[in-house]
Design a protein around this ligand. Structure first.
Ligand code: ADE
Length: 243
């Protein structure tokens, strides 16, 4: 089942909307390959001040997003009954958080292929009340080991990566197959015109027209680049080959 829809629960839905309005993702939205929908958390605030955060029980710095606000916003999209339905034909809820496992190209592929509807919850302040996570969230996801001011940037990153993998979004499917990281390796260096620039020439083999030779060169470059630039990926690649 290919991904069709992403719903965002956020205090800044307009930032996400405009961040995902351009380039390939903008085109994917226009052509209906993906639908993005936005829920403003503040609309679910209960008091006259429209507050969405509160102090932390037991003391501690900062404020937390209130579980009732999050739960009511989430319930406007799905339900606890729906969450326990087996299979992939129900909204799958991801909370963007530095506590989650880091997004990888492989996980992004899974998300694009397995679920039809993702709900991305953007945290703010010091985090969210744990009971919302326990009851409603299927997965916590991080985009790296650093702390953002809120989940919106992370939601945009996850969306961009995942939407790009929906069939038909990238015109030339070969460009997905030859992506850096597609097989756990970096891409070989690439060049366009002119042939000479700043005293540097395009490698001769790329001008040879010999496709077998070019493929062989690209594979070798891809292996040696990964080894020198990303030893962490290289180690994983070697392990994968052994197992
Ligand atoms: N929210 C704050 N920091 C984050 C991160 N690194 N990844 C995802 N969501 C976040």
């Amino acid at each position: 089942m290919a991904l069709k829809k992403i719903t965002y629960l956020s205090l800044f839905p307009d930032s996400i909307d405009s961040g995902l309005s351009h380039s390939l993702v903008g085109k994917a939205r226009e052509s209906g390959k993906i639908e993005l929908s936005f829920v403003q958390l503040r609309e679910f605030a209960k008091d006259k001040h429209k507050s969405v955060d509160d102090i932390v029980y037991g003391g501690g710095a900062g404020m937390l997003l209130k579980s009732e606000v999050l739960f009511d916003a989430w319930s406007s999209v799905t339900s606890l009954e729906e969450k326990v339905k087996p299979g992939f034909d129900r909204p799958y809820t991801i909370l963007l958080s530095p506590q989650g496992k880091c997004l990888t190209q492989e996980r992004a592929k899974d998300l694009a292929q397995s679920y039809s509807h993702l709900i991305l919850v953007c945290g703010h302040y010091e985090g969210v009340d744990e009971r919302f996570i326990e009851a409603c969230v299927d997965e916590e996801m991080s985009i790296g080991d650093y702390v953002l001011t809120g989940g919106e940037f992370a939601a945009m990153v996850v969306s961009d990566v995942v939407i790009r993998l929906i069939p038909g979004v990238v015109g030339n499917e070969d460009s997905i197959r030859s992506d850096s990281l597609e097989d756990g390796l970096l891409k070989a260096p690439q060049y366009t015109r002119p042939r000479e620039f700043l005293g540097r020439s395009v490698p001769e083999v790329l001008l040879s027209g010999n496709h077998a030779k070019i493929e062989k060169w690209r594979k070798e470059e891809s292996l040696s680049r990964t080894q020198t630039k990303r030893p962490d990926l290289w180690e994983k690649y070697q392990k994968g080959k052994r197992s």
